[in-house]
Write a protein that binds this ligand. Structure first.
Ligand SMILES: [Zn+2]
Ligand SMILES: [Zn+2]
Length: 305
C-alpha cells in the first residue's frame, strides 16, 4: 500500500489485469481477508470496514506499515485502535521499522497488547539483513505468521528471494512465512525474468517455479493471493493455476490488499482485487478448496479467528 501517490512502487498489475466482470459479492460472512490496510490511498477506517463488509468478509487482518524513510506510516497503534473500535472485524498485526534501535522492545510490547502476527514486512532492506533475522527470532517465540512483501530490484523490499529465502525458512521453523507481491508471484514460473525486465510477467507458466517448490517443501510456507500480483499469477495461465491451487489448497490465503472503498471497486479503476479473485477462484477451484482458501487456512494459521 501507499499513503501518497508518489511514495513507493505499487503492487498493481498494469493494463487492467484485475479486470474480471462485475459479479455480486459472495455472501459468505465467513471469509477472512488476510491482507488489508487503513489509509491505503487515504482510505479512512469506516471505509476500510465498509470494504470488509461490502466484499462479504467477516474479518480482515489489518497490517501496519511503518517505513520512516519513505514516509509511509500506518502504525501498529492505529491498527490496535481499529481493533478496539471494531473487534468483530479487525485482526491486528504488528510491524515496526527495523531500522529503529528499539524494534525488539516494541514488538514484545505489541504482542502483549494483543497483536496476532507480524507484517507487512516491507522496508528497503535485503532479505539477508541481520535485523530481519533478529525480528524473525523474536516472533518465532510467539509462533506468529509473518507477511512479506517480496520485491527485487534497487527500489525493492526484502530483496534476494532466490538467494536468501530458503535459508530463513529452514532456520525459523516456528514462523509461518506468508509470501506476497511481485517477486514472490513472478517466481510461480521457472522462467521469472529479472526485476528490471518485468515485475509482472505474463503468459503461460513454466512449471518448477521457486514459489511452487517452497510451498510444497516447507510446512511453514504460505502465500496470500492479494493485489494485482496475486491476481496476475493465477490468471496468466488458468489451467496451471487450477492445478497449483489444488496442490496448495492448505497453503493459500484469500487476501485483497485492495484500496477500493466498498469492496465493489469504488475509487479504484480495474475493480476490487478481492472481488476479481473470488470470480477467478469460482472458475478454477472446487467448493472445498475455496472454503480452505477463504477461511479455514486463516483460522488454522492464527489458532482461531
Ligand atoms: Zn500490503
Ligand atoms: Zn476492493
Amino acid at each position: 500500500m501507499t499513503t501518497t501517490a508518489a511514495a513507493v512502487a505499487l503492487d498493481r498489475a498494469p493494463n487492467g489485469a484485475a479486470g474480471a466482470a462485475e459479479k455480486p459479492a459472495v455472501k459468505s460472512a465467513a471469509m477472512i481477508d488476510f491482507h488489508l490496510h487503513i489509509k491505503h490511498f487515504n482510505r479512512n477506517l469506516p471505509a476500510t470496514i465498509a470494504h470488509i463488509e461490502g466484499l462479504g468478509c467477516e474479518k480482515a487482518v489489518l497490517l501496519p506499515l511503518e517505513d520512516i524513510a519513505s514516509g509511509l506510516l500506518l502504525t501498529t497503534d492505529e491498527v490496535l485502535d481499529a481493533h478496539r473500535q471494531y473487534p468483530q472485524r479487525v485482526i491486528p498485526f504488528c510491524q515496526v521499522d527495523l531500522r529503529r534501535d528499539d524494534f525488539e522492545r516494541r514488538i514484545r510490547a505489541y504482542a502483549a497488547a494483543g497483536c496476532r502476527g507480524y507484517g507487512e514486512q516491507k522496508q528497503h532492506l535485503p532479505l539477508n539483513d541481520s535485523r530481519i533475522a533478529r525480528m524473525l527470532e523474536v516472533i518465532s517465540e510467539f509462533g506468529w505468521p509473518c507477511t512479506f512483501h517480496f520485491q527485487d530490484g534497487p527500489k525493492g523490499f526484502n530483496q534476494g528471494i532466490e538467494q536468501h529465502l530458503e535459508a530463513l525458512l529452514k532456520r525459523f521453523r516456528r514462523v509461518k512465512f506468508i509470501g506476497h507481491a511481485q517477486s514472490w508471484w513472478s517466481h510461480i514460473s521457472a522462467d521469472a525474468p529479472p526485476p528490471e525486465v518485468s515485475l509482472y510477467p505474463k503468459g503461460p507458466v513454466k512449471p518448477g517455479g521457486l514459489t511452487d517448490r517452497l510451498l510444497a517443501d516447507y510446512e511453514n510456507t504460505y502465500a496470500d493471493l492479494s493485489a494485482g500480483s496475486g491476481y496476475l499469477a493465477l490468471s496468466r495461465d488458468e489451467p496451471f493455476a487450477a492445478d497449483f491451487v489444488r496442490r496448495h489448497r492448505r497453503k493459500l490465503l484469500f487476501a485483497t490488499d485492495c484500496p477500493c472503498h466498498n469492496g465493489n471497486g469504488a475509487n479504484w479503476k480495474g475493480g476490487c482485487f478481492g472481488r476479481n479473485m473470488i470470480s477467478l477462484l469460482e472458475r478454477i477451484a472446487d467448493a472445498g478448496t475455496r472454503a480452505d482458501i477463504f477461511r479455514n487456512n486463516a483460522t488454522r494459521l492464527l489458532g482461531s479467528a
